[in-house]
Write a protein that binds this ligand. Structure first.
Ligand SMILES: Cc1ncc(COP(=O)(O)O)c(C=O)c1O
Length: 305
């Protein structure tokens, strides 16, 4: 087996040398936050591109701020460490990068206050398609999305993913591929780890940030591409469950999920149940950009080698 390297507390070290205290707050109470980043391998150019790394690390630092966590690195430094880590692991395939910041303190209290011992680690692993499917069958979960009055959904707080886990569990047990959350007040929100879009009467519609979504970096790109490359009107507005059933297209966006079509919601077919026209065009643009092939968006890609 080849040696795996990780970034831990300012250094790139062998993964086998890192251990986490069983008493730490990060483990016991989920006090931490994380990011999910992809680096795309382009076989023709023999190049690995970190995708929108700066935006991901800026969001990580925002999560840290909201959760009263403090780390001594800038977003730029974290990008540089990541490039170094990818090189050290010699990855020549599309890779998932997982930075984690957690409370290393072992005090027996879930308070975020006091005893600052915030740890940073980054690990990465080869990663292909998230679901392995072109078109998903999804269901609305009976679990509602956490709201900003409970746990900040605009951060990638580790503990928030228990909410995601429960929704996924419910719909996977019922034979679906992925869940859709509604907000506490019943608006369509997002998936457990991805944003949602619908196409209706030629407009691309997605829930606004005020509907307790994570403001996805892929969502941002999808909106830009729809406006600038497809000339579509893009609307951020609350979406009702019935509107979802009557959309021409539904699709997800996210770092792990990429751009993936939804063919069925609560056993109601979306369009003809296949990948919709708008989703297909956005998907093609997206994959071209991630591999550094579109000069207009090349600034989003950081070459590793
Ligand atoms: C809850 C949630 N919503 C949306 C997203 C999509 O965000 P991004 O496109 O930045 O990966 C993610 C993934 O990070 C997520 O966990």
């Amino acid at each position: 087996m080849t040696t795996s390297y990780v970034f831990y507390q300012g250094e790139i070290v062998e993964e086998s040398t890192v251990s986490i205290d069983i008493r730490c707050k990060g483990f016991n109470y989920g006090l931490g936050c994380f990011e999910g980043i992809r680096a795309y391998w382009d076989e023709e150019k023999k190049q690995l591109y970190g995708f929108r790394m700066m935006e991901h690390y800026e969001r990580l630092l925002e999560s840290c701020k909201a959760l009263y966590m403090d780390i001594p690195y800038t977003a730029k430094e974290l990008c540089d460490f990541t490039v170094e880590l990818l090189k050290k692991n010699e990855f020549k395939t599309t890779t998932y990068i997982r930075p984690v910041v957690y409370k290393g303190s072992t005090q027996l209290t879930p308070s975020l206050y006091g005893d600052s011992d915030d740890r940073v680690l980054i690990y990465c692993q080869p990663f292909g398609s998230y679901t392995g499917k072109e078109v998903l069958s999804v269901a609305v979960s009976s679990w509602r999305r956490i709201s900003d009055t409970m746990l900040p959904p605009r951060t990638k707080a580790t503990a928030g993913y228990l909410n995601s886990g429960l929704a996924s569990l419910e719909v996977l047990q019922n034979g679906f591929d992925e869940a859709i959350f509604l907000t506490e007040t019943g608006n369509v929100c997002e998936g457990p780890g991805e944003n949602i879009f619908i196409v209706k009467k030629g407009k691309l519609i997605t829930p606004p940030a005020s509907d307790h979504i994570l403001e996805g970096i892929t969502r941002d790109l999808v909106m830009t591409l729809a406006k600038n490359e497809l000339g579509m009107e893009v609307v951020e507005k609350s979406i009702s469950r019935t509107e979802l059933y009557n959309s021409q297209e539904v699709f997800f966006s996210g770092t792990a999920m990429e751009v993936t079509a939804v063919g069925e919601v609560d056993r109601r077919k979306v369009g003809n149940g296949e990948v919709g026209e708008v989703c297909k065009k956005l998907k093609d643009l997206f994959f071209d950009i991630t591999k550094g092939n579109n000069p207009k968006y090349a600034h989003m890609c950081t070459p590793v080698y």
